[in-house]
Design a protein around this ligand. Structure first.
Ligand SMILES: Cc1cc2nc3c(=O)[nH]c(=O)nc-3n(C[C@H](O)[C@H](O)[C@H](O)COP(=O)(O)OP(=O)(O)OC[C@H]3O[C@@H](n4cnc5c(N)ncnc54)[C@H](O)[C@@H]3O)c2cc1C
Length: 360
């Protein structure tokens, strides 16, 4: 059980900014996301598309905004000194928050499905449209197979990438996610690439950005990768591993595609899932909050960003950043009622400079 001042559920743009605002106010936070990387919708849905309405930033992509938010929050993201691991200690990725319960003794317990549990004095739900979970093939037997993957490993991390290195990998999908995965895998160092790569799609045409589709088509034409066209209808599984997929091809014949690893890249869909069971007031699948504090129906639990609703709510990044700021100030006053609640400027406050690590 990790004991902390605050837990932020969701490492999307608003969750990341929440950690920054809490840090400025001297509140330590742990941040959790089910995705393997931070950035929420910005990274999962539009990493390379431009955003034009962030104040003072005329244009940036979803990926650039995420990188800037991570950089801004860096003083409050705890990277172990001397460690080669880039993921901060208080950023818990690949973890679904399953339970949130107030404690009779005060504070809240936050439990993840398979990872750590937390005891926090305040909780900030920045869950967006819900936990992003990968879309999958409708073959229930596949679930839980040891050689089924949804996410690309970091190709700097040799141990992770080795899962399919030198073997036959099938990538399922025909959109941007699948094609960009194929392109990244083919650009990985030779020792981390599969020996054989097959792109599996139900049609020979792709629904991806034209330059990406052309690049992957060129790899197919050169014979660097193979294309299997067909609709997956079944699987052969042995000892918990997928050995082959059955495909219904254009001639209505069923053929078998043997494989050693299957990477499904068919996009993400948000699942509101667990948070509907946490006893918080909901209005049309959004968490109802007070517009001055962004507190939910349970004092000490805040909801910010796309997940909340209140009169006049707009699902915009700018609004989420404003909500995170006011929620942090409200929580600081509630957690430390004895402390003076002066508004400090980052420009001039020596205390904030110290917290930001920029004091002379
Ligand atoms: C295509 C597109 C373009 C957009 N363009 C703009 C724009 O130009 N300007 C603008 O202002 N807005 C834009 N938006 C909206 C903007 O992206 C959202 O307002 C913003 O992402 C909301 O941020 P968030 O942090 O609240 O939620 P999200 O970005 O949705 O992040 C929430 C995170 O919480 C995680 N999560 C949820 N539940 C759990 C759980 N139980 N356990 C663990 N993790 C969980 C999710 O996996 C996700 O990573 C756009 C949206 C889309 C889809």
């Amino acid at each position: 059980m990790i004991d902390t001042d605050a837990v932020v559920i969701g490492a999307g743009p608003v969750g990341l900014f929440q950690v920054f605002q809490l840090g400025l106010l001297g509140i330590k936070a742990e941040i959790i996301d089910v995705l393997p990387e931070a950035g929420g919708q910005c990274m999962a849905l539009y990493p390379d598309k431009p955003i034009y309405d962030i104040p003072g930033v005329p244009v940036c992509t979803g990926r650039e905004l995420t990188q800037q938010l991570l950089q801004q929050a860096a003083p409050f993201l705890l990277v172990d000194t001397g460690s080669s691991k880039a993921t901060p200690r208080n950023l818990h990725l690949g973890q679904m928050v399953a339970r949130l319960a107030p404690q009779a003794t005060g504070g809240f317990v936050v439990e993840t499905e398979e990872g750590p549990s937390f005891h926090a004095k305040a909780v900030f739900i920045a869950a967006g449209a819900g936990a992003f979970v990968p879309k999958t093939l409708s073959i229930p037997e596949l679930q839980g197979a040891a050689n089924l993957h949804y996410h690309l490993p970091s190709f700097d991390d040799h141990a992770e990438a080795a899962a399919w290195a030198g073997q036959h990998l099938v990538v399922s999908g025909g959109g941007d996610e699948a094609l960009s995965a194929v392109a990244s895998i083919m650009q990985a160092p030779a020792a981390q690439r599969p020996a054989r790569l097959t792109l599996l799609h139900r049609r020979a045409q792709f629904q991806a950005e034209a330059p990406l589709a052309e690049a992957v088509q060129a790899l197919i034409d050169q014979g660097a990768i193979e294309l299997a066209v067909g609709m997956p209808t079944g699987t052969r599984i042995q000892n918990g591993r997928i050995e082959a997929l059955s495909l219904l091809n254009a001639d209505s014949a069923t053929v078998e595609l043997p494989l050693q690893h299957l990477l499904i890249r068919q996009g993400m869909s948000p699942k509101l899932g667990p948070l509907t069971n946490w006893g918080l007031a909901l209005e049309r699948k959004q968490l109802s909050v007070q517009a001055h504090s962004f507190e939910t129906s349970v004092p000490g639990i805040y909801a910010i960003g796309d997940i909340n609703t209140y009169p006049g709510k707009k699902r915009l990044l700018l609004c989420g950043f404003h909500e995170a700021t006011l929620a942090a100030h409200h929580a600081a006053a509630a957690l430390h009622p004895e402390a003076p609640q002066h508004l400090l400027y980052t420009t001039t406050s020596p205390l904030l400079h110290k917290r930001l690590g920029v004091a002379p």
